[in-house]
Design a protein around this ligand. Structure first.
Ligand SMILES: C[S@@+](CC[C@H](N)C(=O)[O-])C[C@H]1O[C@@H](n2cnc3c(N)ncnc32)[C@H](O)[C@@H]1O
Length: 347
C-alpha cells in the first residue's frame, strides 16, 4: 500500500486528519518520504546537527528511520554512529543512506526497540526525532529517559534538549463538524477512524485527538505551556497540567490546539505552530494536534476556560506506545459556571 505524496501534501486549514502518531509501528516508507519532504523539520534538524556535532563525537541516532539524521551527524564529523530502529523494513533503507553517503565502517545499526538494545560504549550525543505533534505523543519521554540513563556518557548531550508543549482553546466549527461526522482524511485506505476508535474501545470520536492545521485566526486566547520536557532523564511521562485561559475573542469554543517548540541546539528551535500552508510555515508531517470537545460553546471575551490536561500511561495496553490523554474543564462567565466538558482517550 503506498501513499500519494502529492495528495497528502495537499492539505487545507481546519481539515481533520487521522492522527499520524497513533500508528507508529505501521509506518511505511512513504511516511518517511513525507518526513523527508517536510521542510521546516529538515532545515531545523540539519542546522542543529551541524551546530552540535563536534569532530570525534560518538553519536546515537535513536529511531533512525531512513538514516538521514545519522548521515548528517557523520557528515558533521562524528567518528562513530550507532543507529537504532524498531521497524525492520527501514534497516536496508538506512544502510543504503549510510553506504551511499560514503560512511562504510563508521556506523553500526541495531534493529529493535531501544529498550531492548545495549550499545558497545557510551555516546557523547543522542539525536532523535520521535516527537508527535503534541510533543510526547510518540512516547519520547520514557524512550529518551531510558536512553539518557543507559546510553549517554556523563555530561553528554541530547538533541532535542528541551521540548515545550503548548495548548490554546480554539474556535473551529469546521473541524468540529468533521469530527462529529467522523469524516477525517486518511493517508491511505489501510487506515480508518473507525478502526482506531474500535481499537481504543472509544464510542465517541470526540475522545481522541486528530491532526489538523488550526490557524491563529481560530485562537480564543493566548497559547500557554502545558508541559516542559527537560530531556534530562527525569521527565515524568505521566502528568497533569492545570491552565486557565482568559477568552480574548468572542467565538464558539470547539476544543484545543496542541503543538510544540523543540530546542534542537543553542540557536535552532523547531516550532510547528505555523499556519501558512502556501509558504510552508506549516509542517507537512506533523500538522497540529486538535483536541476536540463534544459540545461547542459560545464564549465571550473575558470568559475563563479552566483546563485540566493529563497524560497517563496504562500498563494493560500491549503496545510500547500507549499514551492516553484526557482534557476536561469548565467555562466561567463573571465567576459563574456556564459549561463543563470532559473528554478522555481512556485509561
Ligand atoms: C519520526 S521517525 C524519524 C525517522 C528519522 N530519524 C528522521 O528524522 O527522518 C521515528 C522513527 O523512530 C522509530 N522509533 C520510534 N521509537 C523507537 C524506539 N523506542 N526504538 C527504536 N526505534 C524507534 C520509528 O520506527 C521511526 O522509524
Amino acid at each position: 500500500m503506498t501513499v500519494d505524496l502529492n495528495l497528502i501534501r495537499n492539505y487545507k486549514l481546519e481539515e481533520v486528519w487521522l492522527p499520524f502518531s497513533e500508528s507508529i509501528l505501521e509506518w511505511e516508507q512513504d511516511f518517511h518520504s513525507l518526513m523527508l519532504n517536510d521542510e521546516i523539520r529538515m532545515v531545523a534538524y540539519q542546522n542543529a546537527i551541524r551546530e552540535v556535532v563536534k569532530p570525534d563525537m560518538v553519536v546515537l541516532d535513536l529511531g533512525t528511520g531512513t538514516g538521514i539524521l545519522g548521515l548528517w551527524a557523520l557528515q558533521a564529523g562524528a567518528k562513530q554512529l550507532y543507529a537504532i530502529e524498531v521497524n525492520p523494513d527501514m534497516i536496508p533503507v538506512a544502510i543504503a543512506t549510510f553506504e551511499q553517503g560514503g560512511m562504510k565502517g563508521k556506523y553500526e545499526i541495531f534493529e529493535g526497540l531501544s529498550y531492548d538494545i545495549n550499545l558497545p560504549e557510551p555516546v557523547d550525543l543522542i539525536i532523535s526525532e520521535i516527537l508527535g505533534n503534541i510533543g510526547d505523543n510518540e512516547d519520547c519521554v520514557p524512550i529518551l529517559n531510558d536512553a539518557y540513563k543507559r546510553f549517554l556518557r556523563t555530561g553528554g548531550k541530547m538533541l532535542p534538549s528541551l521540548v515545550s508543549i503548548y495548548l490554546v482553546p480554539v474556535s473551529s466549527l469546521q473541524a468540529h463538524q468533521q469530527v462529529r461526522s467522523q469524516n477525517c482524511k486518511v493517508i491511505n485506505a489501510k487506515y480508518s477512524l473507525e478502526k482506531l476508535l474500535q481499537a481504543r474501545s472509544l464510542a465517541s470520536p470526540f475522545n481522541h485527538y486528530y491532526d489538523a492545521i488550526i490557524p491563529r485566526k481560530c485562537y480564543l486566547s493566548q497559547p500557554q505551556i502545558a508541559r516542559r520536557l527537560n530531556m534530562d532523564g527525569n521527565d515524568d511521562p505521566v502528568y497533569q497540567a492545570q491552565l486557565t485561559f482568559v477568552v480574548e475573542e468572542n467565538g464558539v469554543f470547539t476544543g484545543f490546539k496542541g503543538s510544540f517548540i523543540a530546542q534542537l541546539s543553542e540557536s535552532v528551535a523547531l516550532d510547528i505552530s505555523g499556519d501558512d500552508i502556501n509558504t510552508r510555515t506549516t509542517s507537512d508531517s506533523w500538522k497540529h494536534c486538535y483536541l476536540p470537545v463534544e459540545t461547542p460553546v459560545e464564549v465571550e471575551s473575558g470568559d475563563e476556560i479552566d483546563l485540566l490536561f493529563s497524560r497517563s500511561y496504562p500498563i494493560h495496553r500491549d503496545s510500547p506506545f500507549r499514551q492516553c490523554y484526557a482534557w476536561s474543564g469548565t467555562i466561567k462567565r463573571r465567576g459563574n459556571l456556564i459549561h463543563a466538558f470532559k473528554q478522555s482517550m481512556g485509561d
